[in-house]
Design a protein around this ligand. Sequence first.
Ligand code: EPS
Length: 354
Amino acid sequence: MKLITAGESHGKTLIGVIEGLPSGVTLDEARINARLASRQQGYGRGGRMKIETDRIEVLSGAIGGKTIASPLAFAIKNKDYENWTQYMDAFCGEVDKKALTAVRPGHADLSGVIKYGFGNNARPVLERASARETATRVGAGAICEQALNDLGVTIKGEVLCVGGKTDEESIKTAIDEARKQGDTLGGKCRITVSGMPIGVGSYVQYDRKLDAILAMHLMSVQSVKAVEVGLGTEFASLKGSQSHDEILPGGRQTNRAGGIEGGMSNGEDIVLTVTFKPIPTLMKGLRTVDLKTGEPTTAASERSDCCAVEAATVVAECAVAYALLDEILKTFGGDTMSELQTRVNARRSSYEQG
Ligand code: EPS
């Protein structure tokens, strides 16, 4: 499959186009919208989420609740565009009236301005670099999740920690505290995938390794700084005998590998830990240099989230869903959903029956 996303944070609409879905994938509008709604939630979100009610509008590629194999295009409207038309209109938008010159450390602002030659205004950079784009990743992932569920594969994400805190009460307190101080917080989530057939991905070429592919899909989510598979960084202090999952006649008793060996799914749960850095838009503003004056200043502080780890966990689930359906299709092929189901089931019975 190929997924293209388009859209600016305060532009007219967000767009996603998925090419390569088989025919016969069920599209459940309510279910996709529920996933979009869950991305909008979580303790620590900012004012934008009160403006938006993200909803999918499918523009092509499906009829009567089933995909028809042609490119599936969808839109998610930015309600906030009404307040930004004057600045963002494709033909007469006055982007300089919303100039951002005090570039934010940790954001795409500075490198983006230099790379694309935007002079001293980072507005065109941040509009696209914004995590608003993750709504399209969720729209696409929610469609893929449905197909995966129908193949017996389920994905579950959970927040492990925020700002170093692990229980809900301390997390909320830490977010309240950070907000009061004009600061932001990151955290970690765990994504667990159950029901994967054995042998998705491959050891035969570097770019076909399932762990490498999942890491790419997750690392490309805004604010992700690390992806671990199984015991991940803990492996550095363990011996081989403490690291691997012995194969016994009745199956394995451990899953330290996190469900992937040699770049292939091994039938155990795939377990991924994802680390998100704190959002780089701080209300208290870090030290920076103003692009217009060249003088030291404090970084721009636009409306933003204080913490988006809960929302980012939904995005991570959906990024994994897209990647896994894509890899399942590469491994098993099939033009229709039922062909794909038959092939996945044939693989399962090849080892489940011995
Ligand atoms: C986001 C929309 C954005 C931000 C946030 C995520 O809306 P606005 O910029 O209008 O407040 O809330 O984006 C960022 C944190 C960022 O760094 O760009 C969303 O829909 O998730």
